[in-house]
Write a protein that binds this ligand. Structure first.
Ligand SMILES: NC(=O)c1ccc[n+]([C@@H]2O[C@H](COP(=O)([O-])OP(=O)(O)OC[C@H]3O[C@@H](n4cnc5c(N)ncnc54)[C@H](O)[C@@H]3O)[C@@H](O)[C@H]2O)c1
Length: 251
C-alpha cells in the first residue's frame, strides 16, 4: 500500500490559480499526485507549481485555459496524456458569479456564468471521459454549491449553473459507472475566498446565523472532501453530492 493516497495518479484541476482550486491542488500534490494545473492566469499557476515542487511534490504541468474554449480543453486532455500517459482525476473547480436580481439580469451575465460553470465542466468531462473509459478507471469531481440545491435570491444564473452541474454529475455517473469512471460533486457552503470577500458585512452576518457550527468554511475543508472522492477510499461511491457547509443545508 503506497504511503501517499494518490501516489502515481494524474490529476487535472481547473481554476487552480487561487481560492478553493489552489488548496485542492496543494492537497492532491501532498498526497503524491502528478498535477496538471489550469487557469487563465499562467503566472499564478507557475508560482503555485514552484511552491509544490519546493515542498517536495512532483513538478506540475501548467496549462493556460479558459474552460469555455472547447479546442483548448481538448488540447489540455491531449497534453496531459502525452506527458503522463493517463488521466486518473479531473476536478472541475473553475467558476464565476455575476450576481443580480433576476428581472434585471442581463443575457451576458447569464451566459458568462452558465458557459463557465456548466458548459466548462461539460467540455472538460467530455474530453477526459474518453480517456478514462479506455483506462476503465477514473474519478471526476465537480465543484457545485449548496446554492444549486436550494437556490438563492440574486443568484439565479449561478444557482442554475450549479443545479445543472449536479444533474450533469448524476447523469454521467449513470452512463460511465460500468466503465469504472466515478463522478461525484462537492457542494460547498460559505467558504472564505475572493469569491465571498465582496459580500457586505450584514449579508455575511445573516449567513453566519444560518450555519449550525457557527463559523465559515476554509478552502482546505473543501479540498479534504475532494481528496476523499479522488482516493481509493471512495471506490464504491458515484453520482453523489457531498455538502461541505457546516450544516447550513440539510436535505
Ligand atoms: N467560495 C465559496 O463560498 C464557494 C461556495 C460554493 C461553491 N464555490 C465554488 O468553488 C469554486 C471555486 O471558487 P472560489 O471561491 O475558490 O473562487 P475564486 O474566484 O477565488 O476562484 C475561481 C477560480 O476559477 C477560475 N476561473 C474563473 N473563470 C474561469 C474560466 N473561464 N476558465 C478557467 N478558469 C476560470 C479563476 O481564475 C479562479 O482560479 C467555484 O466553482 C465556486 O462556484 C465556492
Amino acid at each position: 500500500m503506497p504511503s501517499k493516497r494518490l501516489e502515481g495518479k494524474t490529476a487535472i484541476v481547473t481554476g487552480a490559480s487561487r481560492g478553493i482550486g489552489r488548496e485542492i491542488a496543494l492537497l492532491l500534490a501532498r498526497e503524491g499526485a502528478n498535477l496538471v494545473l489550469t487557469a487563465r492566469n499562467l503566472e499564478a499557476l507557475e508560482a503555485l507549481a514552484a511552491e509544490i515542487e519546493q515542498a517536495g511534490g512532483v513538478k506540475p504541468l501548467c496549462f493556460s485555459l479558459d474552460v469555455k474554449n472547447a479546442e483548448k480543453v481538448e488540447e489540455l486532455a491531449d497534453k496531459t496524456l502525452d506527458k503522463y500517459k493517463r488521466v486518473d482525476i479531473l476536478v472541475n473547480n473553475a467558476g464565476v458569479t455575476k450576481d443580480g436580481l433576476f428581472v434585471r439580469m442581463t443575457e451576458s451575465d447569464w451566459d458568462e456564468v452558465l458557459d463557465t460553470n456548466l458548459k466548462g465542466a461539460f467540455l472538460c468531462m467530455r474530453a477526459v471521459s474518453k480517456i478514462m473509459m479506455k483506462q476503465r478507471a477514473g474519478k471526476i469531481i465537480n465543484i457545485a454549491s449548496v446554492i444549486g440545491l436550494v437556490g438563492n435570491a440574486g443568484q439565479a444564473n449561478y444557482a442554475a449553473s450549479k443545479a445543472g452541474i449536479i444533474a450533469l454529475t448524476k447523469s454521467v455517473a449513470k452512463e460511465l459507472g460500468s466503465r469504472n469512471v466515478l463522478v461525484n460533486a462537492v457542494a460547498p457552503g460559505f467558504i472564505e475566498t475572493e469569491m465571498t470577500q465582496a459580500l457586505a458585512p450584514e449579508a455575511k452576518d445573516k449567513i453566519l446565523k444560518a450555519i449550525p457550527v457557527g463559523f465559515f468554511g476554509k478552502p482546505a475543508d473543501v479540498a479534504q472532501a475532494v481528496l476523499f472522492l479522488a482516493s481509493e477510499e471512495s471506490n464504491f461511491i458515484t453520482g453523489q453530492v457531498i455538502t461541505v457547509d457546516g450544516g447550513m443545508v440539510m436535505l
